[in-house]
Design a protein around this ligand. Structure first.
Ligand code: ADP
Length: 634
């Protein structure tokens, strides 16, 4: 991916993230001052003792009684002693010190009687300060430690509590415009209107139109929601405050709310501008009345709602939110005057994918073999970030193979790297496993080739990949379709179960290798029964609801328990019927199955063309081969 999408903040301090803020500097100064005082105090003490020798208290009293002491300075903890000249054989007065006994009330009269010159050490401010220091220092250290921990946890530290942490981007530096966002024409169209509001709010307010305050970008991850938000800022030529919903979620109740307040304050000072909150579902989840809910998140959401109600949109402030879970958002967020516009950013269709590939291919050297249309066809279901990633991966592969430009082969290899991971050449399967995997994969491919409704086989391989596949069949459709018929789904089921069926027929035993196929087949059969109204038993009843349309697409059952049991039975029946069909088809074509599997065991990878040729030759006119089908080549 290129770094046009990662603009730098306009200055290190703009985002309150880079550099030190005032609070931090203050803390460091205080700490440095304390350490200096502590060191100076220690040295002062050392100098005061002046290298003198310590004597015991008893020895000190004996010296007093013997008239050997000239003067004393009595401190809080120590007594400095100056001996009379001649004591110990020295002509100069010698200095000693001893540790003071607190409960010796006789000391003063005793010194007085011995004619010792007495002075009380003055408790100057420094001494008071040093004793205070011993209390304060531990607290300061604890505070610093907590600050350090909070920073590591991603907060702004103690001084940053309540700060918004928003990164500010200036259009000049992001340079993203609608031209950088390929496909997504409908989304761009609705956002163009918003850009117009920001450019020229007066045009709309004059006629009495209420300006939109917020728009919600909804769609699966990687479809370009962030990119679109940046493009809006780029097109409107206004600053862009960007942060993620999870940045608001903090350990302390009330911190998120104060971050929201701070963000809106900053934004209003910089209006016209755009606030972009990614993953808004992190704070915008439906408020939960059960179990008291989550106080911190609810306060943050309430604050966001009230800020959105409060700001004056005629100044040109616009809040864009992005989410891939719109169904869990609190309805209050979607009311008029808040995020009342919903911009759907869908997975790109074929045209969109080719356009996205073109945008990203612009900066990469490509040779004549490259046909982005074919790559677009092979990448059904891929989103913008996958496609950007594929182009980059292909460029890396070209460099690795010592080529000056990217070829179509690199691109196809990159598609596989993104979809199934890198080749794992070092994983050597034993001969028996290679046979099983070969038969399994050919089982899938052969059934697809024998069916009318399946997509053409592009490649079969038994080279393991890093994302777990031991082998796979790659299909490439001839054209993109948006609907699936019941027959197509049934054919998919038979083909998915073809791998397991081949294992059973050839080895009389089955392996764990079919787990993923079974999972996929079950999901299709279940959706046919509960969502698509395609089962004879239930007919047209919706028995499940999609939970997160843009993420896993998982559906939850919405029916009585007995119905759920019947659904399971119906799903089992459908799968059993498909499996029997797969067994029958493969038994009938055992010879082709063996031939192609043998070829695959030796070659590890076969292309769609080779596959079709063996199929045609072996079947030798028994049935008309589906030769009219076009096979795309690598
Ligand atoms: P989202 O916010 O929807 O998860 P992003 O905007 O972060 O997705 O997209 C990630 C990257 O994918 C972008 O920076 C861009 O490189 C690429 N990308 C996604 N969609 C598109 C698109 N429609 N056109 C061009 N590039 C895209």
């Amino acid at each position: 991916m290129n770094n046009r999408d990662n603009p730098t903040p306009k200055s290190p301090d703009d985002g309150n993230r880079g550099g030190m803020n005032g609070g931090q500097t203050l803390l460091i100064i205080v700490l440095a001052a304390m350490i200096t005082f502590a060191v100076v105090g220690f040295m002062r003490n050392q100098m005061r003792q002046g290298g003198s020798r310590e004597v015991s208290y008893t020895h000190f009293l004996q010296m007093v009684d013997a008239g050997e002491v000239n003067s004393v300075v009595i401190g809080n903890t120590q007594i400095q002693i100056e001996a009379r000249p001649g004591v110990g054989g020295y002509t100069e007065p010698v200095r000693f010190y001893t540790v003071r006994m607190d409960d010796d009330s006789d000391l003063i009269p005793r010194l007085y009687n011995a004619n010792v010159d007495m002075t009380r050490e003055r408790s100057d401010t420094a001494t008071v300060f040093y004793s205070l220091l011993s209390f304060i220092l531990p607290f300061v250290l604890i505070l610093l430690f907590m600050n350090f921990m909070m920073r590591r946890m991603g907060g702004g530290g103690i001084m940053g509590v309540g700060k918004s942490n928003a990164k500010v981007y200036i259009q000049k530096e992001t340079g993203v415009t609608f031209a950088d966002v390929a496909g997504e024409d409908e989304a761009k169209e609705s956002l163009t209107e918003i850009v117009d509001f920001l450019h020229n709010p007066g045009k709309f307010t004059r006629i009495g139109a209420r300006l939109p305050k917020g728009a919600l970008l909804v769609g699966p991850p990687g479809t370009g929601k962030t990119l679109l938000a940046k493009a809006v800022a780029g097109e409107a030529n206004v600053p862009f405050f960007s942060l993620s919903g999870s940045d608001f979620v903090e350990m302390f109740v009330g911190v998120g709310a104060s971050r929201v307040r701070d963000l809106f304050k900053q934004a209003q000072e910089n209006a016209p501008c755009i606030i972009f909150i990614d993953e808004i579902d992190a704070i915008g989840k439906t408020r939960d009345s059960r179990l008291g809910g989550n106080d911190e998140r609810e306060q943050t959401l309430n604050q966001l709602l009230s800020e959105m109600d409060g700001f004056d949109s005629s100044k040109g402030l616009l809040v864009l939110g992005a989410t891939n879970r719109p169904e869990i958002l609190d309805p209050a967020l979607l009311r008029p005057g808040r995020f009342d516009r919903r911009v759907v950013v869908e997975r790109p269709d074929l045209k969109g994918r080719v356009a996205i590939l073109k945008v990203h291919a612009k900066d990469v050297l490509m040779d004549d073999t490259v046909d982005l249309e074919a790559i677009g066809l092979a990448t059904s279901g891929a989103v913008g970030s996958d496609l950007a990633n594929m182009i980059n991966e292909a460029a890396i592969l070209a460099v690795k193979n010592g080529r000056k430009a990217v070829s179509q082969k690199d691109l196809f290899e990159a598609v596989e790297v993104v979809l199934v991971g890198k080749e794992k050449k070092d994983r050597v399967m034993n001969q028996k496993e290679r046979r099983i995997v070969s038969y399994h994969e050919v089982g899938h491919a052969l059934i697809s080739a024998l069916q009318k409704n399946s997509e053409p086989v592009q490649k079969i391989t038994i080279v393991p990949r890093t994302m777990g596949a031991l082998g796979y069949v790659m299909y490439v459709p001839e054209e993109e379709t948006y609907l699936k018929s019941k027959q197509e789904l049934q054919d998919m089921l038979v083909s998915l179960l073809g791998g397991r069926a081949a294992e059973e027929i050839v080895f009389g035993n089955v392996t764990t290798g079919a787990a993923n196929d079974i999972e996929k087949a079950t999901a299709i059969a279940r959706a046919m029964v509960t969502q698509y109204g395609m089962s004879g038993k239930f007919g047209l009843i919706g028995l499940a609801q999609t939970e997160d349309k843009y993420l896993s697409g998982r559906a939850v059952l919405n029916c009585a328990d007995e119905t759920a049991a019947q659904i399971d039975q119906e799903v089992m029946d459908i799968l059993k019927e498909s499996y029997d069909q797969a067994l029958a088809m493969l038994k009938e074509n055992r010879e082709v199955l063996d031939k192609i599997a043998d070829f695959l065991i030796n070659r590890e990878t076969i292309t769609g063309k080779e596959f079709m040729e063996i199929l045609r030759r072996t079947r030798n006119g028994l049935q008309a081969p589906p030769s009219e089908r076009k096979v795309l080549l690598v």
